[in-house]
Write a protein that binds this ligand. Structure first.
Ligand code: SAM
Length: 281
C-alpha cells in the first residue's frame, strides 16, 4: 500500500488515517513535556507532525489512527516489577520487538531505567530514527536500535546473534506485533523470538484479540491475520515450546479498553489482549 502526502488521495489510506488530533492526552503528553521538554502548547502540533512523517514512511493503522500515543506497557500489571527488575539488576536487559518510535522505551527511561539496558528492534529503520525526533533525545538516549526482520532470525548474522548474548533478554515487550500475521507466521515469529528471552524471562504486551479467534482481513489487500483469545494464544506458545525445546506459561486478559468496534480495524468481537508469557524452561 503506497502512502502519499496528498491528504485527499483515496490511496493514502484505507480508512486508517484519521484527522489530525486536536488534543493529546496523558500519559504521552506528560512524557513529551517532562522527558522531551516539548512546550505544552506545542505538543499537539508535534504529535501530528510525527504521525504525518511516520505514516508516510510506513502506513500502519497504529500510526494513522494514533494508537502509538496510547502507552500501554505502563498499564500492564507487572509494570512496576519490570521497572524494578531493570533498575536494580546490573546486567538486566529489555528488548522491544516492533518498537516503532520506541515510545514505551522512553517511558521506562523516564521512570528510572538506565537507557543502555534497553534495545529496540524493528524491521523499519525510519520509524526508529523518527523516534529520536519524536522524543528529542538523540544526544542523550543510550539505547540501541537494531534494524532486524524477526522472520529472518539468525540468518541475519551478528545483528541477531548479538541479541542472543547472555542467553537473551530478561524482559521482552511485544505489542501490536503478532496480530499483524497469520497464525502460521505468528508461530514462526515466536519460534525465532524464543531464542531472545532468557530462562526466567518474560514477554509482555498487548495486541488485538477476539472473542471469536480466527482470521480477519489484514492490511495488505487479500491477506489475513489471526486474532487470538487467551486459550489460542496459550496453545500457540505450547506449540512454540515443543518446537524449540523451551517451556512457556501464558497469562492473559481481554478487555474493551481502547477498542472501537466502528473503527476500520475492529469489530464487535474485538478485544484488547494483554499478556505475560513466562519462560520456565
Ligand atoms: C503495529 S506496529 C506496533 C508498534 C508498537 N509496538 C506499538 O505497540 O505501538 C508494528 C511494528 O512492527 C514492526 N514490524 C513488522 N514486521 C516486522 C518484522 N518482520 N520484524 C520486525 N519488526 C516488524 C513494524 O515496522 C511496526 O513498527
Amino acid at each position: 500500500m503506497a502512502a502519499t502526502n496528498d491528504k485527499s488521495s483515496p490511496k493514502r489510506n484505507r480508512g486508517w488515517y484519521q484527522d489530525d488530533l486536536t488534543e493529546v492526552n496523558e500519559p504521552i503528553r506528560r512524557l513529551l513535556e517532562s522527558y522531551s521538554k516539548v512546550p505544552s502548547s506545542d505538543v499537539v502540533q508535534h504529535v501530528n507532525s510525527i504521525r504525518e512523517r511516520g505514516f508516510a514512511a510506513n502506513p500502519y493503522p497504529c500510526i494513522g489512527l494514533y494508537r502509538f500515543t496510547n502507552l500501554t506497557l505502563i498499564t500492564h500489571s507487572l509494570y512496576d516489577r519490570i521497572v524494578s527488575r531493570l533498575m536494580t539488576t546490573d546486567d538486566a536487559t529489555y528488548l522491544d520487538v516492533g518498537c516503532c518510535f520506541g515510545q514505551d522505551m522512553r517511558q521506562l527511561v523516564q521512570d528510572g531505567v538506565p537507557s543502555a539496558r534497553l534495545t529496540g528492534l524493528d524491521v523499519a529503520g525510519p520509524l526508529m530514527e523518527l523516534g529520536y525526533e519524536f522524543f528529542l533525545d538523540r544526544e542523550t538516549l543510550q539505547s540501541r536500535f537494531v534494524v532486524t526482520d524477526v522472520f529472518q532470525g539468525p540468518a541475519q548474522g551478528a545483528v541477531w546473534t548479538e541479541l542472543e548474548e547472555r542467553g537473551g533478554a530478561d524482559v521482552m515487550h511485544c505489542s501490536a506485533f503478532f496480530h499483524l500475521f497469520t497464525l502460521e507466521r505468528q508461530i514462526a515469529a515466536a519460534e525465532q523470538l524464543s531464542r531472545l528471552v532468557k530462562k526466567g524471562g518474560i514477554i509482555v504486551g498487548r495486541q488485538m484479540g477476539s472473542v471469536k479467534p480466527g482470521d480477519v482481513p489484514a492490511i495488505q489487500d487479500g491477506s489475513v491475520s489471526y486474532r487470538h483469545n487467551v486459550e489460542t494464544f496459550n496453545a500457540m506458545w505450547r506449540e512454540v515450546g515443543e518446537a524449540t525445546s523451551t517451556r512457556w506459561e501464558v497469562e492473559g486478559t481481554m478487555d474493551m479498553i481502547g477498542i472501537n468496534p466502528n473503527s476500520p480495524v475492529e469489530d464487535e468481537n474485538s478485544r484488547r489482549l494483554l499478556f505475560t508469557v513466562s519462560r520456565v524452561e
